[in-house]
Write a protein that binds this ligand. Structure first.
Ligand SMILES: [Zn+2]
Ligand SMILES: [Zn+2]
Length: 211
């Protein structure tokens, strides 16, 4: 199986699908079919080719059940192309996509279904500010900054977050590029890490592919 794509390969596949709605998904499916997954390199080339940002492409892959960043076993890709197209609706808006996140310490899922936002589960975290504690529920849609909190948190306060399952503090060595507060890491199930700023009111956040 071919695992390394040339820029020409990506351009050829992309050109074959044109610019119609859904062509991006079809292009990604073709690349995935050839590589058995979607290598980061291929997404980078496609990003330059199409003008879609890498974050948008990554979002589409995360959102779309038929696409994956991880190499799959032969049995898992036995669905033929037509079957995939029939069963899976196309991603409508790649700017908003649901991320399934887990705790970096215990790897247990952080999506909570007991309180939903527009029908979507929310990401449940616990927070501590000095002696105060509470829960925070974040929208699980990438790009959506809405959240709910048990007690109000003053704007600009740096908040300590922990996993509601194992109580481990969620911390990293990364500092926010806007405000220097620590960035909070969450593992993305489909591959990669989300980091968001721990300072209340700062909307800095990033998605890292990892490798
Ligand atoms: Zn945990
Ligand atoms: Zn910040």
């Amino acid at each position: 199986m071919k695992t390394i794509f040339s820029t020409e390969d990506i351009f050829r596949i992309s050109a074959a699908h044109g610019a119609s709605p859904g062509s991006l998904v079809a292009t990604l499916q073709d690349i995935q079919a050839a590589c058995n997954h979607l290598p980061k390199k291929a997404l980078e080339i496609l990003s330059r080719r199409t003008g879609h940002s890498l974050v948008d492409l990554y979002g589409l892959v995360t959102f779309h059940p038929a696409l994956t960043l991880e190499r799959r076993g032969a049995q898992q890709i036995s669905l033929c192309r037509q079957e995939i197209e029939r069963r899976v609706p196309l991603a409508e808006d790649p700017r908003f996509f649901r991320v399934n996140v887990a705790c970096p310490a215990c790897n247990r899922g952080l999506l909570s279904y007991d309180q939903r936002l527009d029908g979507h589960p929310m990401v449940l975290l616990h927070w501590t500010i000095r002696q105060r504690q509470g829960w925070l529920r974040l929208s699980s849609l990438w790009g959506d900054y809405r959240f709910a909190t048990e007690h109000p948190i003053a704007t600009h306060t740096i908040t300590q977050f922990s996993c509601p399952k194992c109580d481990a503090e969620l911390q990293s060595d990364w500092l926010c590029s806007r405000c220097d507060a620590p960035m909070i890491p969450l593992v993305v199930r489909s591959g990669g890490v989300i980091r968001f700023c721990s300072r209340q009111g700062c909307e800095e956040h990033m998605l890292d592919f990892g490798d």
